[in-house]
Design a protein around this ligand. Sequence first.
Ligand code: ADP
Ligand code: MG
Length: 436
Amino acid sequence: MKEPCIKVDQLRVIYNKGKSNEVRSLDGVDVEIYPEEYIIIYGPSGCGKSTLLYGISGLQPPTYGEVVVNGKNLVQMKKREMVEFHQNSIGMVFQAFYLIETLTVLDNVCLPKVFRGENLKERREKAMDLLRRFGIAEQADKFPAQLSGGQKQRVSVARSLINNPDIILADEPVGNLDSDSAQNVLDIFKEINDVDKKTLIMVTHNPEHLIYADRIIYMKDGKKIREEVNLDKRPKDAIKKEIELKPEEISSELKLLMRTFKNLTLQQIGVLLIPFKAKQIISHVLSNLKEEQIEAAENLLKELLFKNLSTKELIEKLDLDMEKGGAGWNKTRAISFTKRVEEILTQANALSDGVEANLVPFSDYLIKTYDLKLNEDMILRFKSFIKLRMENKIDKFGLEQRLDAPITLGGIGLYKGSAEKVVSEVELIMLIKYSK
Ligand code: ADP
Ligand code: MG
């Protein structure tokens, strides 16, 4: 079991204590947060969300209680330790950005590095990497006043990441943004958690944001009123449900697929299977293309699945300009995409000829494709899990749980992100092989 990286114990913050205008901003809050969690602190304005976040950051000293971060009690930290903690262990993002207006975007991002005495060139390179990643490299030499709100917030996210802290704290980071910019920043946060494995704590009063979190801490009047694990994001009770199924109730492949692809009726599975397959392959393999480029590719992929197009022709058409009936991609992407599609179709074809005989090559293919680092025992375990899923003895969630669970608990301890990707590909291939 992982240890919590943040422990908040009976935290109280009382302003103007003992005076007539005393405010109990936090009134005895207990919270434990684990590495790599995405936590949302949610509640109405004035309920103490920001105070809790600043308590965790060490900016707000407790009136009573304790905050321990990465094994260190913040109250007991010496001033120098606290400075080091702010430089290296946490990154902060605020609603109001707090960029320095007289520094360029690039220098704003570099700023936390300046205090670490690193050389200018390295600093700037690292900062440019982040600006590129968040799509604001072209703004590097501009000043904050020349940027839109969304761009400013991306700069401040880059700044929070520059010293590579494990924990990112964000106080209503999209509260001042229009909905498109807000979405863009929320996507970046999701990626920082999923891909970079940062522990992320975000304060919000917007219920639409709750879907992103692994766990939600609900607050009211300075107190934590409840916590909720987000089952939609990560169904933790899936194994329990599965054990409750009696053998004669084990669903057919079709039923299980329908559970996976919830937005589909039985009829659709029959009639629309090919277009649907095209859609699923696309969304699995692609990201960050324009909508019309994806739509054009989806139509081409349908042609391939209907066998009106060869893989060679698919590459040519993907690469072709949209005005000429292509999808307007470039050659490299067209080739690598087609290669992935071919791999997926090859695996699905082989498996539809017989699961038993093709299980080992399929498992090896998954291990290679997702670059899973497994020892021999874990490879055997992995194969047995894939077999269980292919034989419909477990469902999608059962597979994910087994891949994700620690080795000591009978799993193979994959990162959540890797487990999700493997599961997504297995489900996709089961769909493709179904009634081929
Ligand atoms: P939220 O996260 O919902 O915005 P806050 O944590 O900012 O809530 O504030 C919680 C309560 O503490 C509010 O009633 C607020 O007015 C009060 N408060 C916050 N900061 C101070 C302060 N420096 N002095 C007095 N009261 C404060
Ligand atoms: Mg607040």
